[in-house]
Write a protein that binds this ligand. Structure first.
Ligand SMILES: NC(=O)c1ccc[n+]([C@@H]2O[C@H](COP(=O)([O-])OP(=O)(O)OC[C@H]3O[C@@H](n4cnc5c(N)ncnc54)[C@H](OP(=O)(O)O)[C@@H]3O)[C@@H](O)[C@H]2O)c1
Length: 340
């Protein structure tokens, strides 16, 4: 396969002072890099658009697994593509192999051979390998240890994590599964396609009332992708011994008045004591083995048809500069990727 001399990358043009829009990114034409020994040149086919990018744009982001992005630097994140060249001496991964890696947001990426994962032969949908919902799987199996018949609440149910979290909770034995979304237009899809028993849209009615109607006996397990008022309201409705897995913080991440790296919530700590509620944050690095276990189970569930993977693919890298804005506007359902 011939490789052109230049390729397109999405660079950070300016650090946004509020929510990021297309003006904060630019498409840059750059020379296609050459792989050194032990490296691969990958022609990307698809990459993930994810909320965590807002955090990576924040100058105030400290203590996160990746350093903040600076103007002029290319964005990065989960991607899937085809190996089109190897460095001098070749590599164990031959040209033509489909791989996933972390250098998305560009047409061509040079990646260390040890930093890619080959897409298993006959995989039902390689785009599924870009999903970050392993965090919800880890929170359900390692933090909250969901038990048969329990009632689960998933906040941010229409996002990339939430659209899978409710289904996974059910597959792991949940009794009742409730979700939240800001978008009334997504409620029916969450119920009909993904099996949520009830879906709550915050405002104008009090959130606590709506969450109570959705699960009158309260919640045993909460997978929280949003934080803020939703977390506060959900904690009020926990049952004795409830476990809360804090996976994300969309309300702070996409708050125009905040830097994207903080997400405050008011919590009645007496409730935690009185009801023996545990509140635990999820980080992938703390749970080695979850990623691989999730990949296998997710693939099996896709093959058996037990799980649906909703995603939207924007056509062309030209759509990428506006993609993060589309994400926080809630324009799409499920995981958002860009097709190159
Ligand atoms: N701990 C980990 O290892 C880990 C791994 C993966 C992801 N995460 C985090 O988990 C969270 C969810 O990720 P995701 O991939 O599901 O999100 P996503 O698909 O990247 O985000 C899209 C969703 O964000 C929602 N949204 C935007 N602004 C919001 C706000 N102010 N309040 C509530 N919802 C808002 C939209 O909601 P509507 O559709 O309802 O309008 C949309 O569905 C993020 O905070 C992400 O950073 C953590």
């Amino acid at each position: 396969m011939s490789v052109p001399s230049t390729g397109l990358e999405v660079h950070l043009a300016a650090v946004p002072s509020a929510l990021p829009g297309p003006e904060h990114f630019r498409l840059a034409e750059v020379p296609v890099p050459r792989p050194s020994a032990g490296q691969l040149l990958v022609r990307n086919r698809q990459f993930l658009v994810f909320a965590g990018l807002r955090t990576l744009l924040s100058r105030e982001a400290k203590g996160f697994p990746f350093p903040p992005l600076k103007p002029g630097e290319p964005l990065f994140g989960p991607a899937f593509g085809e190996v089109v060249a190897t460095g001098p001496g070749g590599a164990d991964i031959p040209v033509g192999t489909l791989v996933t890696h972390m250098l998305g947001w560009r047409e061509y990426a040079v990646v260390d051979a040890g930093a890619v994962q080959a897409v298993p032969d006959g995989h039902p949908d390689p785009v599924a390998l870009l999903s970050t919902a392993s965090a919800a799987y880890g929170a359900l199996t390692r933090l909250t240890r969901l038990r048969q018949g329990e009632t689960v609440l998933v906040t941010g149910a229409a996002g990339g994590v939430g659209t899978l979290a409710g289904q996974v909770a059910r597959l792991l034995g949940a009794g009742r599964v409730v979700g939240t979304t800001r978008s009334p237009g997504k409620v029916e899809r969450l119920r009909q396609e993904l099996g949520y028993d009830a879906v709550v849209v915050p405002g104008p009615r009090p959130l606590g009332d709506q969450l109570t109607e959705a699960a009158p006996d309260g919640y045993d397990v909460i997978i929280d992708n949003v934080g803020g008022e939703q977390l506060s309201a959900a904690l009020e409705l926990t049952r004795s011994g409830a476990r809360v897995g804090v996976v994300g913080a969309l309300s702070g991440q996409f708050d125009p008045a905040r830097p994207g790296s903080t997400s405050p919530a008011v919590i009645d700590t007496f409730l935690l004591i009185k009801r023996s509620v545990s509140l635990l944050g999820y980080q992938t690095v703390d749970h080695p083995g979850v990623e691989e276990e999730w990949r296998q189970r997710f693939t099996d569930w896709l093959r058996s048809g037990d799980i649906v993977y909703p995603y939207v693919a924007l056509s062309g890298i030209e759509r990428a500069p506006g993609a993060l804005q589309e994400l926080h506007q809630g324009r799409h359902f499920g995981t958002l990727v860009v097709n190159i």
